[in-house]
Design a protein around this ligand. Sequence first.
Ligand code: TRP
Ligand code: SF4
Length: 326
Amino acid sequence: MIKTVFSGMRPTGRLHLGHLVGALQNWVKLQDTHRCVYCIVDWHALMGEYEHSENIKSYVYDMAADWLACGVDPQRSIVFVQSQVPEHLELQMFLSCLTPLGWLERNPTYKEQLREITTRDLQTYAFLGYPVLQAADILLYKANAVPIGEDQLPHLELTREIARRFNSMYACEVFQDCAAILTPTPRLLGLDGRKMSKSYQNTINLADAPEEIAAKVKTMFTDPKRLRLKDPGHPDECNVFAYYKAFVPARESEVRDWCEGAKRGCTECKKILAEALVEYLRPIREKRSKIVADRGYLDAILDQGALRAKAIAVATMQEVRKAVFR
Ligand code: TRP
Ligand code: SF4
C-alpha cells in the first residue's frame, strides 16, 4: 500500500534557502512515491507568537505561495492550514489525557527553547503541550513517514510513544508506527557562517529580489585565511563554496581551481555566485509572484486542501472516539 507522508512548518516568516534544501526539495520529491500531506501549522506558530498573532495570517499565505512556487503540487498532495481542520485539537485532547507530564517536561527541545528564547514568554500551558499537538498532526493522518530535521527527532519519538500508549491503553490498533525521513543534504549555513535563521538575519529568502540577493551575497564571510588575491584559498573551509556546491554544482571544480590556485579573488567569486543564485531562484520567484497576485487562487487551494484533510481526519476521529468511549 502506498505510504503516507506528513510534515508541517510553522508560519513565522518568509522561507529561505535553508528551507529549500533542508526540507522543500525533499517534500517535492516525496510526492512521486507517497501520498503527501503538508500542513501549515498555524496553531504551533500561535503557541510561540500569541503576542503577535496579527502577523500569522500573512505568513500563512507567504508560506503557501513559497511551497507551491517550489513545486509542492496541490493536485497530488494535500496542502492545508492546520486551524481549518479542528480535528487536530480534538485529537490533541485525547492524547493530552494520557501523556505523562514528565515526558513533556523532559523534552530537550522544550528545555532548550525555554532557555534560549528570551524575547517571548513561553511559560504557558500550550507550549508545554507543543509535541502533543504535533503527535496529533501526524497520527490524525496515520502517517508512516515524517520528513523532519534532526532537531525534531525528540518530537517524533514522543509521537511514537504516545501512539503506543494509546493503542495499549484502549486495547486497539488505531495508530500505526511512524518513522522520520531525515533530509539527506548537509545543513546550509547562513551568510555569516552561523546557523541559518530568520532571527540572525543571515538568510537569502526565496522571495528576495535580484538586487537583494546580490547585496546579501556581498556580505558573505569567506575563507579567513585568504586575505589577498595571491593567497591560495581553502574552498572546503569557505561558506561561499558550500553555496556553490548546493546551488551551482556544475561550477564546483572550476571554483576550487581558481580559489586554490589564487586565480580569482573572493569579490569576483561572490559576484558570480550571486548571479547564479539569482538565476537559480528566478523560476521560483516568478511563479511565486504570480501566485501571490491571486489571493482567490490561494484561498481555493487551501480550502480544497482542508476539505481533503478533513475527510481523513473525520474518519480517524470516529475510530478514536469508539476506542476511548466504548
Ligand atoms: N515542530 C515542527 C517544526 O517546528 C513543525 C511541525 C508541527 C511538524 N507539526 C508537525 C513537523 C508534524 C512534522 C510533523 O519544525
Ligand atoms: Fe571562498 Fe571563493 Fe574566496 Fe575561495 S575564492 S575563499 S571559494 S569566496
